[in-house]
Design a protein around this ligand. Sequence first.
Ligand SMILES: Nc1ncnc2c1ncn2[C@@H]1O[C@H](COP(=O)(O)OP(=O)(O)OP(=O)(O)O)[C@@H](O)[C@H]1O
Length: 257
Amino acid sequence: MNLSCENLGWSVRGQSIVDGVTLEVREGETLGLIGPNGSGKSTLLKMLAGIQRPMRGKVMLGQRSLGDLPQREVARGIALVEQQADTADRITVRDAVELGRTPWLSALRPWSEDDSRIVARALDAVEMTAFDGRPWHTLSGGERQRVHIARALAQEPRILLLDEPTNHLDIHHQLSILDLVRKLPTTNVVALHDLNQAMECDRIALMHRGHLVALGMPEEVLTSDRLRRVFAVSARVMIDPDDGRRLFRFHRLEQMS
Ligand SMILES: Nc1ncnc2c1ncn2[C@@H]1O[C@H](COP(=O)(O)OP(=O)(O)OP(=O)(O)O)[C@@H](O)[C@H]1O
């Protein structure tokens, strides 16, 4: 099921934060969402997830506008891991992940062994099984981030939206989370600041001052001219001799000779 948006916009006090964004996320792809601080990535993700109502335009899940769908149906289709997500203090790691099953439960469909298996699998995917009885407030920032991701996985969405999921994570867990996300059978949109990590996505969407200024294959979007204009950096491309992949090394513009 495709997620798309048309002419999406959101403003605050007359200032445009997201403006005229039209985008179709392809089924099964991992789309990297990049852009400088304040360029509108989180606002766009929240509108795509249906937790922030667009002021202009619309978000479509398949053929239907998100605004016309019941919240429960949206929650079964789309999971969002927010940047500074927090949760109530007095719960354990397992409780937090079990919350991901909420959209699937009802009086007619109570908690079952299947739900327990899905929760266990989600904890395992983020390497948090050993923490399952730990109170939430005792977790480190990176551990909390991994539990939030597990909660989203337990939701078994078709579309997974992640706002800087590698924030707080050590390098091992950054790589394993990104690897995990790429291998999931879901359609993913991942906001990232690390442009070398973004290069590993199927496509990249580049936001600048609320506008979507480029969308395409990583090497088409991340040209040195764009990096200079949007991020005010110059980039040197290096090739990894082991696998031939491109890597960036960045310099602030004023450092350039
Ligand atoms: N409710 C709000 N009230 C006022 N300003 C807002 C509000 N929400 C967002 N903004 C502003 O909109 C701009 C875009 O914010 P957003 O969080 O979408 O950017 P971002 O690209 O995700 O940034 P970052 O990379 O720093 O996380 C920022 O300048 C932010 O301060």
